[in-house]
Design a binder for this molecule. Sequence first.
Ligand code: GDP
Ligand code: MG
Length: 204
Amino acid sequence: MKNSHPKYERTLVLIKPDGIQRSLIGEVIGRYERVGLKLVGIKMIVPTRELIEKHYTLDPEWRVKTGVKTIKGYTDKGLTPPETDPLKITEKILRNLVNYMTKGPVVAMVWQGAHSVEIVRKLTGGTEPLASAQPGTIRGDFTIDSYRMSDQDGRAVRNIVHASGSVKEAADEIAHWFKKEELFNYRLAVDQMLYDVDLDGILE
Ligand code: GDP
Ligand code: MG
């Protein structure tokens, strides 16, 4: 990357199998595109189990963090978690995620632009469609799932897209899903309106 200006920040988005089956590819892309982000890589793949397992465990802390978060989710609602060991909970979540994410094609994308990680997370919405995804976000507008229902049915929550959670996570995930030559550096006409300090060249 040329420099560390925020306009070069990149993030990974996956349209999950339910997003593809719900015919939401265009809708999802449109939301990230219209805000001013630039698509710098895109491909469709049916992920292997290894690709997905590695994706979720790129952060060595993910297992513990997700297990602890899930247990807290249960206790906050006054419910008893199915396991007290965070790692046992995460094992189940990971198995369900691998099953979900390998069942059909996904669209993997890299979006670039100012604060792209945070902007994409904001447009994507919270992880649980019922409780944390606000109306107006992708997860809030297009799906109705809940942990209560997905846990009861023994599957991953269907939340349409994955989006990197931090700049560090984005860098690791982009390297995991894309080769260097699959990503493109190019200028868009709109970049001038978003980033140029002096808007010279508009008046004839
Ligand atoms: P995301 O970045 O918004 O997808 O959320 P996380 O990185 O925290 O979690 C990754 C995935 O793990 C989610 O998409 C869910 O499938 C699953 N997950 C996370 N937290 C919970 C939880 O509290 N309960 C259950 N059942 N699954 C969870
Ligand atoms: Mg995450």
